[in-house]
Design a protein around this ligand. Structure first.
Ligand SMILES: *Cc1c(COP(=O)(O)O)cnc(C)c1O
Length: 353
């Protein structure tokens, strides 16, 4: 072994879902939005020129921050933007989870949380979801160094109501509580209304799912001014220019088109409710998802077999080879046409078998 080996920060990285090179794939594996970004984004793109790229972008990304603040009904000082909510969440782990006590999050959840905790040497304790794959609020009443969970949870889609969130906040007033609302726009109630009452709450959202902008990498945190200030201090100690000019301009255009956002999220909700009926009729069961995906298991056929059969057919879904969930598939809600092709294939496959 070389001497310097001992001084390397070795990490087991997060593995993102596959981005196939083929274009004919029905891509239901990474929870992207099947609809294009707002036409306002296309218009803003046409107006863009290369000239301003000579200069550094606005380090505060003020235009984008203000557009998000208007959309959320909060002050701009309550918004922190980053390169996708992954960047925002990593900054949150770095800034707020510095206790010797463990940070608490579910055992089945966004698989980036344990990666960041391991990388940053943050102690953590995973709280098992109950048999219905729901968060048990009482698991979050023990001493801890912080709490984080997605709402709705991923990859289960199960939603906690506002009173359950408040219950967790009531029991955790001495630590930072982070609610990752990546999927909240598909049927849940945002908990931003609790920010005034709980100054230790941080709500994280993203443009990647409900605003069809995964490729632009825009995410944000909403919290009290004081916490946002600490996040900015860490950001400026790392990289002042996280948001590039295109992200600032196009993200602003997306944030300003509330009508398009409403229209597309309602379409996805309607398709998801139809998918619940279709998949139940095909012998699948699942938690009552309020996200843009369903987490399904079949009464006879294994998830591994279905995953392979679907992939061979050019239909990509997500399979996690992990304890408790290795017989489940996470299926992103696509367009109605894409979903019809999924049902048609499954119908044929399950009949023939
Ligand atoms: C998709 C997702 C994110 C991050 O998305 P970004 O593209 O980085 O904004 C964060 N949390 C959860 C639970 C997600 O599913």
């Amino acid at each position: 072994m070389k001497k310097w080996e001992a001084n390397i920060r070795k990490v087991t990285p997060y593995v993102p879902g596959e981005q196939p090179k083929r274009l004919d794939v029905i891509k239901l594996n990474t929870n992207e939005n099947p609809y294009p970004p707002s036409p306002k984004v296309t218009e803003a793109l046409r107006r863009m020129t290369a000239e301003p790229m000579r200069k550094y972008p606005d380090p505060e990304a003020r235009q984008l921050v203000e557009a998000i603040a208007r959309e959320e009904g909060v002050r701009p000082e309550q918004i922190f933007v980053g390169v996708g909510s992954d960047d925002v969440l990593a900054m949150i782990f770095l800034t707020f989870f510095n206790s010797k006590k463990p940070v608490l999050f579910p055992d089945i959840t966004y698989s980036f949380y344990d990666v960041w905790a391991d990388m940053l040497r943050i102690p953590y304790e995973q709280q098992p979801l109950n048999d219905a794959f729901e968060i048990e609020c009482s698991d979050y009443e023990k001493e801890n160094g912080g709490v984080i969970f997605p709402n709705p949870n991923a990859p289960t889609g199960a939603l906690l109501g506002l009173s359950a969130i408040e219950d967790i906040l009531v029991h955790n007033q001495d630590v930072i509580v982070v609610v990752d609302e990546a999927y909240i726009d598909f049927g849940g109630m945002t908990c931003t209304g609790l920010l005034d009452k709980y100054e230790n709450l941080i709500v994280v959202k993203t443009f990647s799912k409900s605003r069809s902008m995964a490729g632009m990498r825009i995410g944000y945190a909403i919290a009290g001014e004081e916490l946002i200030g600490y996040l900015n201090d860490v950001k400026y100690s790392f990289n002042s220019y996280t948001m590039n000019q295109a992200a600032i301009l196009l993200g602003t255009a997306a944030a300003e088109d509330h009508a398009y956002f409403e229209e597309t999220r309602q379409k996805i909700i309607a398709t998801r409710e139809q998918a619940k009926k279709e998949l139940a009729a095909l012998g699948f069961s699942f938690a009552d998802s309020q996200a843009n995906f369903l987490f399904v298991t079949h009464k006879e056929v294994s998830a591994a077999e279905l995953f392979a059969a679907l992939k061979e057919q050019g239909i990509y879904v997500r399979y996690f080879k992990k304890p408790r969930i290795d017989n489940y598939l996470r299926i992103t809600i696509g367009t109605d046409q894409e979903m019809e092709r999924l049902y048609a294939f499954l119908r044929g496959y399950l009949e023939k078998r």
